[in-house]
Design a protein. Structure first.
Length: 647
């Protein structure tokens, strides 16, 4: 397989003057240089057509014109914070308590961003029909161009549909200029049928390997993963729990059972193709050496090539490190992980150590004489590496200060937040050392779809279709990786692959003498990966046995299989934007919030780990409010039910 990388760039083509939202009349005309390149020139050769398509790909990445934080905001706020597994302070905390509203700036930014991508895709697909295939390299090139264009449009619509529920569906040739007013899809089924048709066509047109070996392009695997996902969403919307009172069956399939069978077939095609396989180690997935690893299906790879992170280069997303780092280490506190999430893991599950760092909280330090037995099991062998330190950068949380706020369950930075920080983005670049002035290379993958998404979706479909044994098999395979079983026997090769970056980083920031200005001791040229490879003999209890006990112990109302699939999603996808959508389409969100986050009234959080939930969960609010700006300009678009008359 070729390994040439595809780095997205701006396209100069006729589509540059497209509307920025579905119905943003005034701003549509506020553009420049409509005629930089003649339209026909974009379709006179294969290379030019690929450049035209790049204009659609550009909106997979952050763009200052619409949403410079795309990939983190609004994706974290809509895709993770409603689960309460991820949390925030300041005005961001509204996303933990269902206090978002139609004037939330993140919703408008995301709405504009994806509709800009949809309009570009519509323009590209419309113009593509007007030129002969021989102009652009023949029928094979035409298949790729149409397939990728439809896959990208489906991707943008998927985010809209899973975030806002029913939305206006602009078809090929429609944009903000020629279709300034359009009503929402009449039913959820009609909307999902549109999205299904795009991914279905893309899956038929594309191949498993990316076009010309250029990784970053949509593929058959990407299209099938989203097609199966879309069938599952249609099934959910056809069911009483997901319809929100909006009826309509659309075209076939017209029953949830039919949808789940078609979804399972999509996922089985991916699994049977053997195009993808699990990384041996979960803990390495966000390392530079894992860029486009074997389980990556659809990834937004930031900071690749020679794209150095600086203030004037938001696409490099240096900002992610500041958003997700501990505030005492230069971070801004937009992302924390809950103690309820931390405590949901079994001892030996390395996904916890590979996902976060925790403050040096004395109550859970087994070396502390005041150690409280109720926290036993929270700090296993692998978790000791993340206690009070970012082990990848060898930075002490709180810089080793005696009065550091990391030495309590809730970090008090003006407001309470759990003293747990994600390592999925604050891993390869310091939020403190040399980051405010000097550029640095800090690759960050934003995983939209990876193989575990397919495995868990397939497992859910199997359980719903009566193939229980296959469902448990998928969970057991994923859990073997989680406990380090796939690392056993590969420790040296994994170390040789993943350690060089961290040792070179230590040297780059001036730690050659093994010391730090804040008094910490750091080890460069380390021989062992920060989270040691190997299972350490951990016992992996069969998923069915474990979750039968776990569901009863916690008191869930859902079937055991649903608890199992969604708990595995919590453990696998924390801080990935699929978490809330996946739990919602499974019909698990209400049970999750009620059981994992019972309502509490807590006056002083510092001595207890748990979250203070003081609001009543409302499933209707999971269809986020249509931005007020859109409601004002597009008079045919009505507000979602839970937000009518309430801004």
């Amino acid at each position: 397989m070729k390994t040439k990388y595809f780095i997205l760039g701006s396209a100069l083509c006729s589509m540059m003057g497209l509307g920025l939202t579905s119905c943003d009349n005034e701003e549509f005309l506020n553009v420049t240089a409509y005629d930089v390149v003649d339209e026909a020139a974009s379709y006179e050769s294969k290379d030019n057509a690929k450049r035209a398509l790049n204009g659609v790909y550009d909106l997979v990445y952050p763009d200052d014109a619409y949403d410079g934080d795309w990939g983190f905001k609004p994706n974290l706020f809509t895709g993770c914070h409603p689960t309460i597994d991820t949390q925030a302070t300041g005005w961001d905390k509204d996303w933990n308590v269902q206090a978002w509203n139609s004037n939330s700036s993140e919703l408008l930014a995301g709405w504009k961003h994806v509709y800009a991508g949809i309009c570009r895709a519509n323009d590209f697909l419309d113009k593509l029909q007007d030129y002969p295939a021989e102009n652009i390299g023949g029928d094979k090139s035409l298949k790729y161009l149409e397939g990728e264009g439809r896959a990208l449009r489906g991707f943008f619509y998927h985010w809209l549909a899973t975030t806002f529920g029913r939305v206006p569906m602009l078809a090929t040739g429609e944009n903000g200029a020629n279709t300034p007013l359009k009503a929402k899809a009449e039913s959820y089924a009609e909307m999902w049928d549109f999205i299904i048709e795009d991914f279905k066509a893309a899956a038929e047109l594309l191949e498993w390997d990316p076009w010309d070996g250029e990784y970053g392009r949509a593929t058959k695997g990407m299209a099938l993963a989203y097609l199966g996902d879309a069938y599952m969403w249609k099934a959910y919307r056809l069911s009483p729990e997901g319809s929100n009172g909006v009826t309509g069956t659309g075209v076939a399939p017209t029953t949830p059972d039919e949808c789940y069978k078609l979804a399972a077939d999509c996922f089985k095609q991916i699994l049977d193709s053997h195009t993808y396989k699990l990384n041996e180690s979960f803990t390495t997935l966000w390392d530079p050496a894992s860029a486009w690893g074997p389980e990556a299906i659809w990834v937004e790879q930031l900071d690749e090539g020679t794209n150095w992170g600086k203030w004037d280069n938001l696409t490099s997303k240096l900002m992610l490190k500041w958003y997700t780092a501990c505030p005492e280490n230069g971070g801004w506190g937009s992302l924390y992980l809950s103690w309820e999430w931390y405590s949901c893991y079994e001892t030996g599950d390395k996904r916890r150590a590979g996902s976060c760092y925790i403050g040096a909280v004395p109550q859970i330090d087994p070396e502390n004489p005041a150690y409280d037995p109720q926290y036993e099991g929270w700090l296993g062998k692998f978790d000791k590496a993340i206690y009070g330190v970012n082990p990848y950068l060898q930075e002490v949380l709180g810089k080793g200060q005696a009065a550091t706020a990391t030495k309590q369950f809730h970090f008090n930075n003006g407001e309470w937040a759990p003293a747990i920080w994600s390592s999925k983005m604050w891993r390869t670049a310091s939020a403190d050392y040399k980051s405010w002035g000097d550029g640095h290379w800090s690759p960050t993958p934003i995983y939209w779809k990876r193989l575990p998404n397919v495995m868990l979706d397939y497992a859910e479909c199997c359980f719903r279709n009566g193939n229980e044994a296959e469902g448990w098999k998928q969970l057991d395979e994923l859990r073997n990786r989680a406990f380090g079983r796939l690392e056993d026997g590969h420790e040296k090769e994994l170390t040789d692959k993943y350690m060089p970056y961290y040792n070179s980083f230590a040297g780059w920031i001036g730690r050659e003498d093994g010391s730090d200005a804040n008094g910490g001791v750091f080890y460069i040229n380390r021989a062992e990966y920060p989270i040691p490879f190997g299972s350490d003999g951990a016992v992996v209890v069969p998923a069915k046995d474990y979750y039968t006990r776990y569901a009863a112990q916690k008191g869930f109302q859902s079937p055991v299989w649903k608890v199992a699939v969604n708990t595995e999603r919590r453990r696998e996808f924390n801080c990935e934007w699929c978490l809330r959508p996946d739990m919602q389409k499974s019909g698990f969100m209400a049970d999750h919030v009620a059981t994992n986050y019972p309502k509490r009234s807590v006056d002083d959080l510092k001595d207890i780990p748990w979250t203070n939930r003081d609001y009543d969960y409302n499933d209707l609010k999971m269809d986020m409010p249509i931005p007020e700006d859109e409601i004002t300009k597009n008079t045919l678009c009505e507000q979602n039910e839970a937000y009518r008359g309430n801004n």
